[in-house]
Design a protein around this ligand. Structure first.
Ligand code: NAP
Length: 248
């Protein structure tokens, strides 16, 4: 059967590495992005050049209408999805909680939590044997911040990932009998553009000495764990988490 995956935030960083590896493993891939069309198109082009199938899918995951439209476009262009990677996520400038305003908090929670819920909902509606689907698997890209809390930097972001972890457990139990597995990965310090959004592009190199393995991780190392969780090899794993954080 044709394997179809949507990767949210698939144009850059961990999402792009996941989209590329998924294509190598035989998935047709929907590469979701928000603003950086050029990056998403480059991933799609690389996959097609290598003989794979991919389409760019622009949508803000925090917008219900845009998420619904994105899944409908994926239905039309790729076929019914069997895998979802809820990877899109944001953080804002490092600051203490006492300086955070409501607009920032809502933006982070809307993208990282509401967005993941909306995409999971659309995926479940298509995958669930309860709705005539053939099953599937979802991986939520959380963070070790969920258990460490990110004090002084972005407690809001850490809390959003805590919510995502709870969703992973609850949804996994809710849809287990409907042929769907739901798991999470929790990366640590990974070399991507995300740290620039927090105001410190060189953050991984500053903090890597605190990591037991004494280095930052790569997007490809995270992608490998995601692809394993989505694969049949992980067939008895649901509601579980893999930390990819060098021992942190
Ligand atoms: P990144 O390089 O900043 O890429 C983020 C991706 O998310 C981009 O493709 C971006 O789209 C997309 N995106 C952001 N907001 C979106 C929205 N509202 N709708 C759709 N797409 C949206 O980040 P990354 O480091 O690869 O992070 C990926 C995931 O890993 C995130 O959930 C992050 O929390 C998690 N994570 C990262 C680290 C780390 O150290 N890097 C550690 C732990 C967890 P555009 O390209 O269009 O801007």
């Amino acid at each position: 059967m044709k394997k179809v995956m949507i990767v949210t935030g698939g144009g850059r960083g961990i999402g792009a590495a996941t989209a590329r590896l998924a294509a190598q493993r035989g998935y047709a891939v929907g590469v979701n992005y928000l603003n950086n069309e050029a990056a998403a198109l480059a991933v799609v082009e690389d996959i097609r050049k290598a003989g794979g199938a991919a389409v760019p899918l622009r949508a803000n995951v925090a917008s219900e209408d845009e998420v619904v439209a994105m899944f409908q476009e994926a239905d039309r262009t790729l076929g019914r999805i069997s895998a979802l990677v809820n990877n899109a996520g944001i953080l804002h400038k490092q600051m203490r909680v006492e300086d955070m305003d409501a607009e920032r908090l809502r933006r982070v929670l809307d993208t990282n939590v509401v967005g993941a819920f909306l995409c999971a909902r659309e995926a479940v509606r298509r995958m669930s044997t309860r709705h005539g689907g053939s099953g599937g698997a979802i991986v939520n890209v959380s963070s070790v911040a969920a258990r460490l809390g990110s004090a002084g930097e972005y407690v809001d972001y850490a809390a959003s990932k805590g919510a995502l972890d709870t969703m992973t457990i609850g949804l996994a139990n809710e849809v287990a009998a409907d042929g769907i597995r739901v798991n999470g990965v929790r990366p640590g310090f990974i070399y991507t553009d995300m740290h620039a959004s927090g105001g410190e592009p060189g953050r991984v190199d500053r903090v890597k000495h605190f990591v037991p393995l004494k280095r930052g991780g790569t997007a490809e190392e995270v992608a490998a764990a995601i692809l394993w969780l989505l694969s049949d090899e992980a067939g008895y794993t649901t509601g579980g988490f893999i930390d990819i954080a060098g021992g942190r």
